[in-house]
Structures are given as structure tokens and as C-alpha cells.
Design a protein around this ligand. Structure first.
Ligand code: F6R
Length: 242
């Protein structure tokens, strides 16, 4: 696991965007696994900027997002579908038919998850998977548990995640209680994993991911077993790693 130290959020974002754009330049039909949340927004902004300058071309790229709230339609402003269009897809030359997010609008959890697993498998799994990390070490919506998950599945969000995510909703009651998420095994199938983290609230999770025991109590710790992981984090997120 390679640790890249960034000065601050902007530096973290540019470094992450550099890695993603290099991947797309080297392999124009790259399969990207993507994440939502606050952390990657700066990297998406940087990629949009480089796209506008003609430096990176997304016309052949295919994307698979990690997760989606269960019960939200694609055009719900709180959905991860909407987030991805708003923060990234609508500003680059990607074919929207090549972008994929689990179908939170499908109430049949088993069917929605099985369908998504098949799509990701048929695409050959991501060449590069971008990940944020939760304060409690979650990746995707794989929360601390007594086992590692495998494929896409429906999860009950923990109180800590509901609280953390409530900043993006008007009221805490509005945060959906369930989500469809890629499993840990699917995430581990990506050929390269790029984790981004910033801020002191992530310091413990980042430390445990890199140096703690490999345990489902910190889902990100399994990344220690992956052969090609890069963590780009700012000083505050790395403050317990020195
Ligand atoms: C988002 C996701 C989550 C976030 C994590 C960190 O698709 O899967 O695991 O990456 O909750 O979120 P932020 O970046 O908002 O701190």
C-alpha cells in the first residue's frame, strides 16, 4: 500500500486527478469504479478542468459507482445518480449509457444487486477503483461487521454513517436507512485502488486501514491485502500514521 502525502485538500484532489487521468490516457476505454461523498469532489472538478482544456478524453470510458441509497429515484437530488451527473458526468464527454450506479429505485433488493454484480463482472471489473473512507473505516457502504461482504448487497446504514451523511440532507430523518453497495470482494477485484482522504476526522480510519489488523471491524483494512493500492491523503488524515 503506497501512501502519498498531500499538503491540503486541493493538493490531494490534484494528485488523485493526475492518477485517474494518467489511467484514462494510457487506456482510453478504461473501466473506472467511482465514489460519491465530499472527498472526491475536488478530483472530479480537476478532471473536468483538464477535460475542458482538451487534456483528457472520456468518450470511451465506462464507470461503475460503488453505491446508491435504496428508495431514491435517479433524478432525486439526494441520489448518487444525481450527484454523479451534477459533479462530474454532465461536465465531461462521457456517454451516459456507459455510466452505471446501482438502481436504488428498484425495491427488489436481490434483483437490483444481482443485476449490478452481473454488469460489473461483464465489464471485467474496474481497472481503477476510486474510494473514499468513512470515519469508521467503511468503504462503499460496507460498514464494520463480523465478516467481509462479497458481492453487491443491501445494507442497513449505521447510526454513525446516517449522522455523517445527514449534513447533505435537510433533516437527519430524511437520510435513507438502507443502501445498495458493491461488496468488499468486488472492490478487491479492481486492478488498482485509489483511496482519497482528508481531514482529522479520518485520521483513525486511515491509520487502521494502513497499519491496523486486517479485520471486518475496519473494512478498509482489507486493502492491505490488495497488490496495488495508493492512498492520497492530506496531513491531517495522516496525522496518526507518523
Ligand atoms: C461514497 C461511499 C462512501 C464514502 C465515505 C466517505 O460512494 O461509498 O464510502 O466514500 O462515506 O465520505 P466523504 O468523502 O463524504 O467523507
Amino acid at each position: 500500500l503506497k501512501i502519498v502525502s498531500a499538503r491540503d485538500y486541493d493538493d490531494m484532489s490534484r494528485k488523485a486527478a493526475n492518477i485517474i487521468s494518467a489511467q484514462v490516457i494510457l487506456k482510453p476505454d478504461t473501466v473506472l469504479g467511482l465514489a460519491t461523498g465530499s472527498t472526491p469532489i475536488g478530483a472530479y472538478r480537476q478532471l473536468i478542468d483538464w477535460y475542458k482544456k482538451g487534456d483528457v478524453d472520456f468518450s470511451q470510458v465506462r464507470t461503475y459507482n460503488l453505491d446508491e441509497y435504496r428508495g431514491l429515484s435517479h433524478d432525486d437530488p439526494q441520489s448518487y445518480h444525481y450527484f454523479m451527473r451534477d459533479n462530474f458526468f454532465d461536465h465531461i464527454n462521457i456517454d451516459l449509457n456507459n455510466t452505471h450506479v446501482p438502481d436504488g429505485a428498484n425495491p427488489d433488493a436481490e434483483a437490483a444487486c444481482a443485476e449490478y454484480d452481473k454488469m460489473v463482472a461483464d465489464a471485467g471489473y474496474p481497472d481503477l477503483q476510486l474510494l473514499g473512507i468513512g470515519n469508521n473505516g467503511h468503504i462503499g457502504f460496507n460498514e464494520p461487521d463480523d465478516h467481509f461482504s462479497k458481492g453487491t448487497h443491501c445494507v442497513d446504514l449505521t447510526e454513525s454513517t446516517i449522522k455523517a451523511n445527514s449534513r447533505l440532507f435537510e433533516r437527519e430523518e430524511d437520510v435513507p436507512r438502507q443502501a445498495y453497495t458493491m461488496g468488499v470482494q468486488t472492490i478487491m477485484y479492481a486492478r488498482m485502488i485509489l483511496v482519497v482522504a482528508n481531514g482529522a476526522a479520518k485520521a483513525q480510519a486511515v491509520h487502521d486501514m494502513c497499519f491496523g489488523p486486517v479485520t471486518p471491524q475496519c473494512p478498509a483494512s482489507i486493502l492491505q491485502l490488495h497488490p496495488n493500492v495508493v492512498l492520497v491523503a492530506d496531513k491531517e488524515a495522516l496525522s496518526l500514521c507518523e
